[in-house]
Write a protein that binds this ligand. Structure first.
Ligand code: PEP
Ligand code: MN
Length: 337
């Protein structure tokens, strides 16, 4: 339920409502916008329906939230959420670029990649230390050793670290090194893992499941937020279709649609979406034109030697010129990189 406060409501009106909701074991989420303050009531809908909220002083109207997701919905919080990460922001006017190799391989390769992408204004370095591979015989990532290599590059460059968490048992370890925790496409509906990251004090990039509908995607984000972690960033990374020329099919409409349905930042991973380096620049430009708040791009100094996802990894020079093109598109839509 959403309780819309009158513009002239008093602070004590708000407090009275929050107290009443909490007395009924419900949660109140206050959102103070530029023009309106709204209170979202979360909990058992039957209990909420019994409270005559319209009669409380300062209340203008009461609206049911018809969607199955509440905390993530735009109705619940009309203004955009901006996720802050140690002085940087995702979801504001600036479009953030997160780039780096698919997997952390060696200190030398990681440092080379970081050095080559930094001139593009990249402030977030990605790299997997735990890799979700289709084959159990493929490289699975270096685990904590990989996390330490990422942290070493952060110390040298100041770049923030984005890395995937696959198993709840590794949460403490991954959080020790990561600035943003990534939940991969294969784990979008690993509800135990979602609950786990709902309880951490780090931003989470939640990737869309490769066969997930938008509604399922948002319900997974709701799992995280329901635990109290509001720093959720959604990532469209392509979905499975009948097409085999590309690795997945980028659902570009997901970007404006998610922006309509939720207040959360939305970024796009063009690399896993297409699986081919030659298509990544065009798809990245399209993502920004469609309203994405950021890009998550795979870059490698020698894609032909990459331990995973070489075919979709951009060489640094291609990446740099792609970012220049993206900058122009960003300007055209009133943003900047
Ligand atoms: C990744 O970003 O390294 C990754 C494995 O992506 P996804 O979960 O989208 O396949
Ligand atoms: Mn990859």
């Amino acid at each position: 339920m959403i309780i819309v406060m009158r513009p002239d409501h008093q602070e004590e009106d708000l407090l009275r409502i929050v107290r009443r909701l909490e007395d009924m074991s419900l949660r109140a989420h206050i959102s103070k916008g530029e023009h309106r303050t709204i209170v979202g009531a979360i909990g058992d809908e039957r209990i909420i329906a019994e409270i005559p909220m319209e009669s409380f002083p300062g209340v203008e109207k009461v609206l049911p939230i018809l969607k199955p997701y509440k905390l993530v919905s735009r109705e619940f919080k009309p203004e955009n959420s901006v996720v802050h990460i140690n002085g940087l922001a995702i979801g504001g006017l600036q479009i953030q670029v997160i780039a780096g190799p698919c997997a952390v391989e060696s200190r030398e390769v990681l440092e080379q990649i970081a050095e080559e992408i930094e001139p593009a204004g990249v402030r977030f370095l990605r790299g997997g230390a735990f890799k979700p591979r289709t084959s159990p015989y493929a490289f699975q990532g270096w685990g904590e050793k990989g996390l330490k290599l990422l942290a070493g590059v952060r110390d040298k460059t100041g770049m923030k670290i984005v890395t995937e968490l696959m198993d709840p048992r590794d949460t403490v370890m991954v959080c020790k090194y990561a600035d943003i925790v990534q939940i991969g496409t294969r784990n979008m509906q690993n509800f135990r893992l979602l609950t786990e990251v709902g309880n951490i004090d780090k931003p989470v990039i939640l990737k869309r499941g490769l066969c997930a509908t938008i509604k399922e995607f948002l319900m997974s984000a709701e799992y995280i937020m329901a635990q109290g972690n509001e720093k959720v960033i959604l990532c469209e990374r392509g979905i499975r279709t009948f097409e085999t020329e590309t690795r997945n099919t980028l659902d570009i409409s997901a970007v404006p649609l998610l922006k309509q349905l939720t207040h959360l930042p939305v970024i796009v991973d063009p690399s896993h979406a297409v699986g081919r380096a030659d298509l990544v620049p065009a798809v990245s430009r399209a993502a920004i034109a469609a309203g994405a708040d950021g890009l998550l791009v795979e870059v490698h100094v020698r894609p032909e030697e990459a331990m995973s996802d070489g075919p979709q990894s951009l060489r640094p020079n291609v990446f740099l010129s792609m970012i220049e093109e993206c900058r122009r598109v960003a300007e055209a839509v009133g943003r900047f990189i």
